[in-house]
Design a protein around this ligand. Structure first.
Ligand SMILES: [Zn+2]
Length: 311
């Protein structure tokens, strides 16, 4: 196995035009940090046409014309920052007089951060970690991580012609930057996959959003599981003509226990002799009847005689 093949395999660089020599790995200080530097070259035969003037290459109008060196950030190797010092082939078009550099799949044109590093940053961003930490781990600046994530968000395209048959709606408090107090999220009830997060949970914004889906997609929605936030009802009726609304069990229980507590407090305030009893044993009133103890007699504060829980 040649040294080029070994290096390319270790660094996962998928470009057949890279070449590495025997002594290509060295330890160097880059921006004051001890780093691994891989020195390589990128060269191939002159392309068949000039990318600038478009003229084809009859009679070798495009020739090799020196090299240009650049330092490309790679994902770290054994927790050491790693760089590729790449000597790229330059070409000269005799037809238009312009020069251009050999292109490679390992880094974008005019960029010094390898595509592997960009991918690694994107994968790290899936975890609960700060942009600053990601930047530190990849030896890049905070601004680089931030702009890369912004670019990735731009690429996120929502499919407007499909919605799963069973949806769940909910809201949560997201970031300070959004206008509304609560953000909205909805997911596929069967897979649990989050389909999208919207910065505003108010009715006009939701209707505007869901109406951007095709009619066929909206008609395919059979059920929507949600809480009792009233604008959601209007949104479902307006946007999903065939959908049934399912109220979340948790919210029904929450509503019932709130109502029961409110009644208890009202009763407490009207009846002074029972005030302490109802205040102290509020949990017993919420307990399921079959779970109450009907065996053991014991002493209870506020009650004169021995009693069981059920009494
Ligand atoms: Zn040209």
């Amino acid at each position: 196995m040649s040294i080029t093949h070994s290096i390319v395999s270790v660094l996962n660089l998928k470009d057949p035009h890279l070449h590495f020599s025997e002594d290509c790995v060295s330890s160097q200080s880059i921006r004051g940090v001890d780093s691994l530097v891989f020195s390589g070259s990128l060269s191939y035969d002159p392309p068949s046409s000039c990318p600038l003037c478009g003229s084809s290459n009859p009679g070798s109008a495009i020739i090799k014309h020196g090299t240009k060196s650049s330092l490309i950030t790679l994902p770290s190797v054994s927790r050491r920052p790693a760089y590729l010092r790449l000597k790229k082939q330059r070409f000269l078009c005799k037809h238009c007089g312009h020069t251009f550099t050999a292109s490679t799949s390992i880094v974008l044109p005019h960029c010094f951060i390898s595509n592997n590093t960009r991918l690694s940053i994107a994968l790290d961003a899936k975890m609960k970690t700060s942009e600053k930490d990601i930047a530190f781990r990849h030896s890049v600046s905070h601004a680089t991580v931030n702009s890369l994530l912004q670019q990735l968000y731009q690429d996120f395209k929502v499919q407007r012609n499909f919605l799963p048959p069973h949806l769940c709606f909910d809201e949560f408090r997201s970031v300070k930057g959004v206008d509304a107090s609560m953000s909205f999220l909805f997911l596929n009830a069967e897979s649990g996959q989050i389909l999208n997060i919207l910065p505003d949970r108010r009715m006009p914004a939701l209707i505007r959003y869901f109406m951007s889906y095709s009619r066929k997609a909206r008609e395919a929605v059979k059920t929507v599981c949600m809480d009792m936030y009233s604008p959601y009802f209007s949104v479902v009726h307006h946007c999903f003509p065939h959908a049934k609304i399912i109220l979340d069990r948790f919210h029904i229980v929450q509503l019932l226990s709130r109502a029961l507590n409110k009644t208890r407090v009202n009763f407490m305030n009207q009846s002074k002799p029972h005030y302490n009893k109802l205040k102290r044993y509020w949990k017993l009133l919420l307990k399921f009847e079959d779970d109450l103890n009907d065996q053991d007699f014991k002493k209870w504060v506020c009650f004169p005689s021995l009693m069981r829980e059920i009494d």
